[in-house]
Design a protein around this ligand. Sequence first.
Ligand code: 13P
Length: 243
Amino acid sequence: MEPIIAGNWKMNKEPGESRALVQKLMELTGDVKDRIMILIPPFTSLASVGELVRNSRFKLGAQNMHWERSGAYTGEISGLFLKAVGCDYVVIGHSERRHVMGETDEMINKKLKTALEIGLIPILCAGEKEEEREAGKTEAVIERQIKEALKDIENEAHKIIFAYEPVWAIGTGKTATSQQAVEVHKFIRGMLKKPSTILYGGSVKPENVDTLMKEEEIQGALVGGASLKPESFARIIKFTKDS
Ligand code: 13P
């Protein structure tokens, strides 16, 4: 399978800035062939970015969704609306949603079920905090997150893209070593019955992407900060295993 490079813009880029970023990115990646490139802008930019990338090699994803299809859920967004503006992917269970917005494993499980039912490809994030790693609890945390997320849908796990995002590496400049990432990727893979795609996320940058992507266990990257600048994201997209 082609490697996946996804840019999670988080709460950055209003619609005008989003368009400018995409236009520049398209110029810089015109020659890219064997990569799946996913842009994950904030909700307010989905429609305009969706227009720009239609019929291009870029795919569109959203950062979150609600588990219900419609109803009295003020401030929430239905996965059906995401599909309507051109999303193929949706991030579920990002650590910022788990730890800053209080999202639980149960909510994540409900969101995953709905995403699969309506035909969005979920990018399910899992990752341990620094104190959990230091206490030797990394595998226990990942196991709980994945198990609870997949409750009653274990047989559909192969339709999900997994992303290992150690919380201590997100936005900190501290990247997991290839060995640390590979260990957890193998652990996640060991929990799944069928082959699945597993991405790494956490301070992926032009300077470290080549080393990370050399590992067969790492099938792509979920990029935060470095996806906000067209030059750095284009360089990440164009990673090479030959350096
Ligand atoms: P950074 O690349 O900014 O560390 O963010 C990673 C991330 O959370 C992607 O979802």
